[in-house]
Design a binder for this molecule. Structure first.
Ligand code: AN7
Length: 356
């Protein structure tokens, strides 16, 4: 089947008309992978599915929201777009802006975005500006500037972003034939958790599914405003994608977890790295650290006996893997042992490989 991108595939659920100039890189339709090895580790009590959003055109889930945000901005006559970003939004905005010939300005926190993401935004030709400040400060500036100048804001405060991103929930239900029992995902600025919850509810209202999943949102320990109950002025975590102290859609994230009967929890950087390695080594899936928090959270809750309270015997859990591992190659190298350097002889190779 030819996949036409999320707007054409889910047109009836999206705020587009015949007149909307659709800008697409054929995002969406990402694989939902059954994690057989991982599921065994949960003693058959949990079936883990991985929604590999890193396989979107720019390597993250942001493309789903960006195709809608950019198409709708164009329809309204926009000539320029702007966002603040911990990296992935900037890469996605830059790519879709290039395709639609829009001027793109991105504000990033200096020194705090992963190399892959920076390289994307730069090569796609966005005006990349680094501020001596964090994401939250960058977003405040973007809100100010876009309210005064004719520049469209494409952060997830823009409702079109949420509309596009909710299509991932549709895809999960379309593949499983039902909604999962639980859905785990990272929470940064809280746009994606808002989008998923909206998507699941809409699919149920339309009669496409009978149930709703419990939404499990995870924040990094040093950047967990929704768990602590107040903004964090200096958020810290190695998962730079979610190094956010004052989420724009925080209220909605709390609502999603409460209404669905789920929760929002904080996870340490050590737990994130452990899950990062498990995904790579047990399932062959390379994600960026922020994405590994979905699995890290499941492991933590499992150890606590959280899933035993569930009524069904085997629970289906979908972990959203939001961004590709190649986004942050420096982290992968930092967490691994360097290759040994040896003389170019058969003996030396076999010795290091453990065959001698
Ligand atoms: C890989 O790019 O905020 O809770 O500016 O890149 O919807 O913010 C990225 C966020 C999870 C959190 N996983 O999603 C940005 C940005 C990855 C991410 C999140 C982000 P939201």
């Amino acid at each position: 089947m030819h996949w036409p991108g999320v707007i054409e595939h889910y047109r009836e659920y999206l705020p587009v008309t015949e007149k909307t100039p659709v800008v697409t890189l054929l995002e969406g339709n990402t694989p939902l992978i059954f994690a057989r090895n991982l599921s065994q580790e949960f003693e058959g009590k949990i079936q883990v599915y991985l929604k590999y959003e890193g396989l979107n055109p720019t390597g993250s889930f942001k493309d789903r929201g960006m195709t809608v945000a950019i198409s709708c901005a164009l329809e309204r006559g926009a000539k320029a777009i702007m966002c603040a970003s911990t990296g992935n939004t900037s890469a996605s905005a830059a790519a879709y802006a290039a395709k639609s010939r829009l001027n793109c300005i991105v504000l990033i926190p200096e020194g705090a975005i992963a190399l892959g993401k920076l390289s994307q935004a730069l090569l796609h030709g966005a005006k990349v500006i680094a501020i001596k400040g964090n994401f939250d400060e960058a977003l405040n500036l973007v809100k100010e500037i876009t309210s005064k100048y004719p520049i469209a804001l494409v952060n997830s405060l823009n409702p079109d972003r949420i509309e596009g991103q909710k299509t991932a929930a549709f895809e999960i239900c379309d593949v499983l034939g039902t909604s999962p029992d639980y859905q785990a995902l990272p929470v940064g600025n809280a746009g994606n958790i808002t989008a998923y919850w909206k998507g699941y509810r809409e699919y149920k209202e339309k009669g496409k599914t009978e149930n709703l999943p419990r939404i499990l949102g995870f924040q990094a320990w040093g950047a967990a405003p929704l768990v602590e109950g107040h903004p964090i002025k200096y958020p810290e975590t190695l998962a730079t994608a979610i190094r956010i102290g004052n989420p724009a859609r925080g209220e909605e994230a709390l609502k999603a977890s409460e209404e669905s009967g789920g929760l929002i929890e904080k996870i340490s950087d050590e737990e994130i790295i452990k899950a990062y390695k498990i995904l790579a080594r047990k399932e062959g899936i390379f994600v960026e650290p922020a994405s590994a928090i979905s699995l890290a959270g499941i492991i933590k809750l499992y150890k606590r006996g959280y899933f035993l309270k569930s009524s069904t015997s085997v629970v289906k859990v979908v972990c959203i893997l939001t961004g590709h591992g190649l986004k942050d190659p420096e982290r992968a190298i930092k967490e691994s042992s360097r290759p040994k350097i040896i003389p170019p002889t058969e003996e030396a190779v076999l010795e290091v490989a453990g065959y001698l």
